[in-house]
Design a protein around this ligand. Structure first.
Ligand code: ADP
Ligand code: MG
Length: 299
């Protein structure tokens, strides 16, 4: 079986290449002929003679693509060529944009923090007034959470304790899409990450921070292996099913009565930390799951 592993050409730091190397090794161990390719080596050619030109650059097309990036245009292109892409372009797009994740999950009544999506504006105009923030603070109260729709490692998630901080942060974010969220106080500095592959939660960790409301390890959070409850497992699986994901890292918060509340869903979750604290090899699980799915399809 032949496969391509697509990663981002411009994001080749150790943190990322470590994961793609890992996936690559897992594929090799499963006898898959995998080619590691960047999105800059695999440009989407469309229109007159486009696909033919693409095929000249790539003599044989793969049986599937493991898409370890968020270049959803390229993922969509590969799908139009009839190549199965994991995760699908649609799922990656829904997860990449936190507002789209919430809008999708909302349709299924999935528990989430109260969330308000900022009105969209244009880059050359910006916000000409901030009147809408009055509604935001009235509904969410302080402190409240501000998130850029596109962000990771907790780096684009902020807490505003008053009107000044809210305005300052919104001005700083500028015209980038953002959302506002009630602060789940009972989950301050703690959450859980459930790693899903197929229809199973294969590993879980509890993340906690003594220094920040965000539990991300990159922000100084600590981690330990965690045994999720049936309710937490069911919720994580419901999220991945509704978002159409083959694999994902689901972040859950703790409500007032410890009930699970969805924080976010990651289509390309880093799995080194969860390996370090649980010993579960997510790369191997992903490869084996895709192989199994392909075999079942053939039968
Ligand atoms: N509404 C919230 N209430 C309390 N804590 C939150 C809330 N949203 C996020 N957090 C904390 O911030 C962290 C980062 O938020 P998240 O949405 O997962 O963004 P990222 O994609 O950057 O990881 C979470 O892991 C959680 O600890
Ligand atoms: Mg997160």
């Amino acid at each position: 079986m032949k496969a391509w592993l697509i990663a981002n050409h411009f994001l080749m730091s150790k943190k990322f290449s470590e994961l793609t190397d890992w996936l690559f090794q897992a594929a090799k161990a499963a006898n898959i002929e995998m080619v590691l390719m960047s999105n800059a080596d695999c440009l989407a050619f469309l229109g007159r003679g486009g696909v033919d030109a693409f095929k000249q650059y790539h003599e044989t097309l793969p049986d599937f693509v493991l898409f370890w990036d968020k270049d959803v245009r390229l993922a969509t292109y590969l799908e139009t060529l009839g190549i199965p892409v994991y995760n699908s372009s649609k799922s990656i797009a829904l997860c990449d944009d936190k507002s789209m994740t919430h809008l999708t999950l909302e349709q299924y009544g999935i528990p989430m923090p109260k969330t308000i999506i900022a009105p969209m504006t244009y880059e050359n105009i910006g916000y000409t007034d901030y009147d809408f923030l009055t509604m935001v603070e009235k509904e969410l109260h302080y402190p409240l959470v501000i998130k850029e729709c596109f962000g990771s490692f907790g780096a684009q998630v902020y807490l505003a304790k008053d009107e000044n901080e809210l305005l300052e942060k919104v001005e700083q974010i500028g015209t980038k899409p953002m959302l506002f969220q009630e602060f789940i106080k009972s989950s301050e500095g703690r959450d859980i990450r459930l790693q899903v592959v197929g229809d199973q939660v294969v590993a879980s960790m509890y993340r906690y921070s003594e220094i920040d409301f965000r539990a991300n390890i990159s922000n100084g959070g600590k981690m330990k292996a965690y045994q999720p409850t049936d309710e937490q497992i069911a919720l994580a699986l419901e999220c991945t099913k509704r978002l159409g994901l083959t694999f994902a890292g689901v972040d859950l918060l703790f409500g007032e009565h410890e009930e699970p509340i969805v924080c976010e869903v990651n289509s390309n979750a880093h799995f080194k930390n969860i390996y370090d604290c649980t010993g579960v090899d997510t790369a191997k699980q992903i490869i084996n799951y895709i192989l199994l799915e392909k075999r079942n399809h053939r039968c």
